[in-house]
Design a protein around this ligand. Structure first.
Ligand code: TYM
Length: 350
């Protein structure tokens, strides 16, 4: 079993998919299909790491799992050429997590900033699953021995942890790995993060210093992929700005996080750079710029929203995509798990 170049990434089915998920991750998922074999996973096991009040209970989980799947397909992911599935259907994710739990160190996990943010002040009351979240993420990637992982900037630290886990596993079990025919001692590859945008960190529309996020209580902080044209217009018009006109050069955005964010969104959606956008809108009022931004958002997002609507109205089709994807994912995962069990020394039926 040779290491081949392969892309893996995941999206949590919690709450609303938004422009940050789209520009930070999904646009790249679509692009990478041309070059790699790709697996795109709806990470439902990750979704339940926070309280049931956050993920909304069983019927909500099924609904949001289908919605993320629909978003993948509506954005242009081809589930026939590539693999689209939900994590819980492939048991290798949890089995490999356990093995990695015994490789990863408590000190490594204690440094994870996303855990600190999500657990908040009441850390004693956070689930063990939330603490272990990045280990499950490493298992997701390495179960397919994926080499490239497209993500937004907020996942960088988790990707570094995945690399550390891969390396420590290869070191801890080096002799056994070589004994199983991997002469270089490299069983798991070092997965490479692809943090290439078009926008790697989209900020809240209400506060340019905070990340746009599914869990922000204010719906006005984000543009959801399912928002209709009127909602998008309202949100963009209400987006926080400052009293100055737009600068003509990028340097003028440095201490203006809200302006920087809106210009960045415009640039990412139009495939231009910020300097180019400012050449067109610099010196002008925000209201003009916002009108053009509304138009751009609606043009780019409404075809996705209407295709998502069509797909979620057909849960039978969406579920069939996930089952078929899971069957194909499992075939790859089973190979990795068989070898991993042998490398660790677990006895199994031959
Ligand atoms: P999740 O569901 O929070 O986000 C999905 C993807 O969207 C990116 N993203 C953003 N990018 C730019 N600006 C933003 N404001 C923004 N918000 C979110 C995220 O970086 C991510 O790429 N832990 C992951 C899911 C996961 C995963 C994996 C990813 C589970 N296993 C294995 C890669 C490989 C997460 O919570 O994503």
């Amino acid at each position: 079993m040779a290491n081949v170049e392969r892309v893996f990434s995941g999206v949590q089915p919690t709450g609303n998919l938004h422009l940050g998920n789209y520009l930070g991750a999904i646009v790249n998922f679509v692009k990478l299909q041309e070059t790699y074999n790709c697996l795109y996973c709806v990470v439902d096991l990750h979704a339940i790491t926070q309280g049931v009040d956050v993920w909304g209970g069983p019927s909500q989980l099924a609904r949001t799992t289908r919605e993320v799947t629909a978003a993948f397909i509506a954005a242009g992911i081809d589930p026939k050429k590539h693999i689209v599935f939900n994590q819980s259907q492939v048991s290798g994710h949890t089995e490999l997590t356990w093995i990695f739990n015994c490789v990863a160190r408590v000190g490594w996990l204690s440094r994870m900033t996303q855990f600190k943010e999500k657990a908040g002040k009441d850390r004693e009351n956070a689930s063990v699953g939330l603490y272990d979240y990045p280990v499950l993420m490493a298992a997701d990637i390495l179960l397919y021995r994926a080499t490239h992982v497209p993500v937004g900037e907020d996942q960088k630290q988790h990707l570094e942890l995945s690399r550390d886990i891969a390396q420590k596993f290869n070191n801890d079990f080096g002799d056994s790995i070589r004994g199983h025919g991997f002469n270089e001692g490299l069983f798991f590859p070092q997965p490479e993060p692809l943090i290439t945008g078009p926008a790697t960190r989209v900020m809240s529309l209400r506060d340019g210093t905070k990340k746009m996020s599914k869990s922000d209580p204010s719906d006005y902080s984000r543009i959801n992929l399912t928002d209709d044209a009127d909602t998008i217009a309202q949100k963009v018009r209400k987006a926080k700005t400052d009293p100055e006109p737009l600068p003509s050069e990028e340097k003028g955005l440095e201490i203006r996080p809200e302006a920087d964010n809106l210009v960045g969104i415009f640039a990412a959606l139009s495939g231009r750079n910020k300097a180019d956008v400012l050449r067109e809108f610099g010196g002008g009022q925000f209201s003009n710029f916002k009108n053009s931004l509304v138009e751009l958002c609606v043009t780019k997002l409404s075809p996705i929203a209407s295709e998502m609507k069509r797909l979620v109205a057909d849960p039978g089709y969406v579920d069939a995509v996930l089952v078929d994807g899971a069957d194909r994912a499992r075939a790859i995962a089973d190979e990795t798990m068989k070898l991993t069990r042998d490398i660790v020394g677990f006895i199994r039926k031959r």
